[in-house]
Design a protein around this ligand. Sequence first.
Ligand code: PMP
Length: 454
Amino acid sequence: TRASFLHDTTRSAQIYKEAARWIPGGVTANIKYFEPYPIVMESAKGPYLHDVDGNQYVDYNLCYGALILGHGHPALSSALQQQLSQIGTAIFGTPHKLETEMARKLADLYPSIEQVRFTNSGLEATLLAIRLATAWTGRTKLAKFEGHYHGSYDQVLISVNPHRRDLAHPPSPTADSNGLPDYYAENTVVLPFNDLDQTADILKKHRHEIAAVIMEPIQGGFIPPDPAFLRGLRELTREYGMVLIFDEVKTGFRIGLSGAQGRYEVIPDLTALGKVLGGGFPVGAVGGKKEIMELCSPAGRTDILTTDSQPAAHEHTTPLFHSGTYNGHPLILAAGLATIETLQTGGAYQQLEESAMKLRTGIEQLLNVHGIVSQTVGVGSIFNLVLKEGSVRQIQDVLESDLSLRKKLDMHIVSHGIFIKPLNRFSISLVHTSKVIDETLERFEHGVKRLVRK
Ligand code: PMP
């Protein structure tokens, strides 16, 4: 057992203090920050992280769910080495074979995908999907769901943390971030997740203006949708000519090889992928119907007309501009393909789900024994711990749970060698074996005991 967070992380505190001189808040992404300071990690192997003070943690953050094979999986290392030795350089800046290989693979696995474009992050994937929907429909408004996250850019940083709206003075629809002009809120329609009647009313009211409905099919990666809600939304968007975008950045290759759309058998028009797809490297992808994806094809639409003959109508249309120096990076696609191949070897998802279930049951029992009202909420290999009774169907249900107790609990379990970002979800990897889960539950018990003794 360990002493306390402050006692055990003095090197982290020092390094963090120096970092904060040069980097705002000492973090390169706001999500990485927590009080009193984030732990500075130094190395990682399999399911474990090691910090600069020599503490070891079982990693359940797994880079926000991206590392489904754990840290330093041999399949990934060898694919990277092989790729690097074959091509002799990291990137060509031209088309190459792995792009087609990965695109074909995504089309094979995801029911919604016929064509694919690659990006460098999940953010860029949802951005491109929304631009495609805007071009396709000729409409300008975006509908998104309360509490759903689609990346850190202006158009989607609306109602990600709905409670912030009340905390802001004066209350503002764009309270999720400083620096957003009001027009983003004015062009965004916010919908309630898992509430088909209200969603239908709102969509109907804006039926001529909304280009796309974007959503995390599983909210935050852990709150499951009512299957009837997803199906109803599919019908409504079809009826109103809106593009339905599934943001499967968290759920793609996590919930199964074909993501949430495979699990719930609801097929969106466009899909955004990221995280697991890059095997721990920065990547994103947008896939969807050929007719929509083709909007960004420059083929036959070059600026200078080279023939005298009258071009066909579509040849006059400006292609939707999508670019990026590092799009389709060969090393990253090699890492992604190796990850997918490993996931395709038999029983991977069953193993992930069994590990998750074992951990969830163990945590629920421990908290119950110590009189803490709680439940785990999740799908497949992601779950969250919600300290309340009653169903959890929307972000509001999570906000109404005992978040301050959860935060205290999280600091204790982190101090006892379980790494999660406080208040965030748990993700499981293929190297979180039954033995690792047992070890985790032992550590968890120490953490809970420390909490209730205080
Ligand atoms: N969409 C969802 C559902 C996500 O979970 C994330 C990342 N947490 C993003 C988009 C943005 O991805 P990235 O961080 O790669 O830009």
